[in-house]
Structures are given as C-alpha cells and as structure tokens.
Design a protein around this ligand. Sequence first.
Ligand SMILES: [Zn+2]
Length: 449
Amino acid sequence: MGAKPAIAPDEYWNPRHETMPRAEITAIQVAKMRRQLAYAWERSPFHRRRWEAAGFEPGQFRSLDDLRRIPPMTRAEWMEAQAAHPPYGDLPAAPPEVAIRLHTTSGTTGRMPLRALDGMRDWEWIAEMWCHGFHAFGVRPSDTVFFAFSYASFIGFWGAHYACEKLGALVIPSGSLPTDTRVKLIVENGATTVCATPTYVLRLAQVAREMGVDLRKAGKVERILLSGEPSGSVPAVRRKIEEEWGAPCGDSAGMTEIGTIMMFECRHRPGGMHIIEDHFIEEVLDPESGEPVGPGEKGERVVTSFGRGILPLVRYRTRDLVCRVPASSCTCGRTFDLYQGGILGRVDDMHKIRGTNVYPRAVEAIVREHALVEEFQIVLWREKDRDEITVRCELPKGSEDHWPSIRTALDHDLAEAHENLRFQLELAEPGTLPRFELKAKRLVDKRTY
Ligand SMILES: [Zn+2]
C-alpha cells in the first residue's frame, strides 16, 4: 500500500486484455464458453452425461446469466468417473495419444490420485498463465529465477519453470537437492528471484541462518514468488518472509485440476490477487445453497477454465473460500477483479471445537505474528467427550526463555479470535516438528469418531 506507484510502460504481460473494459471481458468469456460447451458436448462423455441428466444443452447458454443452468461438477464426480473408467475416466476430451505428460496429485491419504493429461498446446497455455504473474511482479529477461521445487508427479511449479523460459529469464532448477545446497546455489549464482511455497521459503531462510548466511546481504534476491499454500497471502507470514530475505514477496494460486495459476498478485500489492479473467470464469457461490454471493462476501470459488484442451473444466467446485472485490481496489490499472486476501481457506478446512469454528489459516495468522516461532503444529484431540485444541510451537535452540511471553500473548490472541475458546499451548523441542517443501500439513486430528 502507501504511495501510489506509477504505472510502468511494460506493466502488463498482455496489455490489451489486462486493461479491457468489463463489457469486452464479458464478451470474451461468453464466446469462449460457447465454444467450450460445444467442444465438451461433442468430446467429453462425462460432461454430456451430466448435462443431459440436468436437462441442459449448449444452445441454452447465451449470456453469463445462463451459467446457473449448467450443473456444477465436483471432484468426487471426477474421481468416480476415473474409478469407473480407469485410469483417466471419461472427462478427457482427447485420447491419451495426444498427451505428452501425466501429472497426478499425491493420493497419499488413501484417496485416488487425480490424473491429469496435457498436450503440447495445453503446456503452452499453462506457461502463458504463469507469465501473467511473474511479469506482473517484475520478472524480466535479465532475471535469474531459482526454483526450490522437486520436479516430480505433482504439477506445482512445472508451468512456472516454462513461463520463466518463455519470459527469457535464466532458470535454475533444483530438483531434489537438499536445502543447504539450494541456499548455496541461490547465493553463488546471484539468483534475483526465488520461487517456492511460503513454508519452504521460510525453511530456506532458517537453514541459511544456521549456515551463517545472511540472505539480506549475501544474495541478490530482489523478489520471492509464492504459490501452493494459502499462507502466501497471510500478512504475518509475508512479513516474516520479507524480513528474512529483505525482499518483497508476491503470491499466486493455482490447482492441479486446471494445471496452472488462475490468479496473481501484481507489484502494487493491493492485498489480493487479480483473476486472469480472459482465460477463466470465476464465480463465488454460497457453499450450502449454491447461489451466487455478492462482491465483498465470502463464498466458494467455482471455476471454468478455457485453456486445457484435454481437460475442459466447466463450473468446477473448488472448495476454496474466497472474497471477490472489484478491479478498482488495485491501483495498477488492470480491469481484472481480485480475490481479497487470496485463498481464505477451504470450505472443508473448518473444524468445530466445542461449537466454535476454527480455521487453520486464521490460527497461522496469529502464530506467525511471533517471528521467533520457527514451526508450529495444531493438534485436535478428545478428552472424554470434550474436544481440545493444542498449538505446539518450536523456537530456535537457546530461545526457550522467550516462550513464557509468547505463550501469554498466544493464549490471549487465540482466545480473543475464537469466541474465548481456550487453546492449549506447548513448547516443542527444537527440530522435532515436521518440515515441509510442498503443501504443509500442520493440522493433526487425533479424534476418533
Ligand atoms: Zn494490480
């Protein structure tokens, strides 16, 4: 925030589309939707079957008001289709021969992994979407971009890697290298941009400190690009990252289901992310009733994505909680609306503890106010019939003296933010809490039902 930064001559990746009047954005969305509906009706048995059952056919779609005629799709339906027609289900609108790569979600929790096939054109589009975000936060051909990412079956930053090549930047991949080697590479190669999840960016800083490397002085990092976790938009997490690195961080958000990002933070940093509206239709619905909510109100993101030829998504219920605000809330001149505060959590992330709603992201926002807390964990457990919640915090070796005051502050702030629900607080031994590179899992639910 602060003083209004000027609009740079090369502010936008796609100057015409990113500054289009609303009527033109709508016209593009309607045109793309009509084409997508006809394509999916013809080629995706999954879509056709569900639309026919709901009495919908593509000719009924004439304006955005007709979106509500199309039945929303869920991940559960997609997974059922995969199980019924293994391995890819009947959603794909093109045969596997067209694909050049398979990515999957981890499926570690016993859930079936989501299997996503992409062709050459899909990858071109995936990179193009990431370019919006990297360019908007200042990445240019003269930059050196370091990816702290294990290139494997999770799609994660694969598209971001190609985007940086497309932008003309120098890319340094780091595969499965250990964290200290990554720190060395960042410093030795003078990386100007580091790209990772918020959790892992903090982990890099922690290891750098242990190695005696002051990232603010030793390296040339000018910006951090985040994605993969909602905490990239939590102010206290961002402050901690920016203090450790001495560089601003910009957030972006995507999902395996669409293969790329659908929103990004620009360098004006309005406290939210712009939706790439010429490539996606984003709706915000009440998760219970399925009715649209107004601007500035929280609801569930429902996405239609136009760029993936093999996997055309139409009104996909993401379970992400968001709050949409108009483009005018940012000073950059883009006409793309924003999600204020990024992804605010997941519809399913809410835990009820003795009648009070607890969202892990809200707990994280409070815990991260204390810069000394290096890692933390939320444990839900049950004592007789009473639900309990414990937050375990880890401080660096030798800082135990600070725990009583941090504990007092957390005790007060957590209760105040949760209708006086009392949280138990515990100091964990240094180095005992799990560390994460991707998708941190800091909540452990030990209750048995
Ligand atoms: Zn902006």
